[in-house]
Design a binder for this molecule. Structure first.
Ligand code: CU
Length: 71
């Protein structure tokens, strides 16, 4: 398992954070996902054999948000 923090630009409320969390959690290989409007980030625990960091970033960006850093 791998844990990555994605810094996200464009989250405007708790609803945006919930959207990101829901989208990411639907992806096979994602074990736990949390997203925070206040912190402007999503923390994702996932199996890197099943889903890549690039794919997770693309999912986060699909509704129009932007991933600015991966920690
Ligand atoms: Cu919002």
């Amino acid at each position: 398992m791998k844990n990555t923090i994605f810094k996200i630009e464009g989250l405007r409320c708790d609803g945006c954070a919930s959207t990101v969390k829901a989208l990411v959690e639907k992806e096979p290989g994602v074990k736990v996902a949390t997203a925070s409007f206040k912190d402007g980030e999503a923390r994702i625990l996932y199996d890197p054999e099943t889903v890549t960091e690039d794919r997770l970033a693309a999912i986060i960006e699909r509704p129009g948000y932007r991933v600015t850093a991966r920690l």
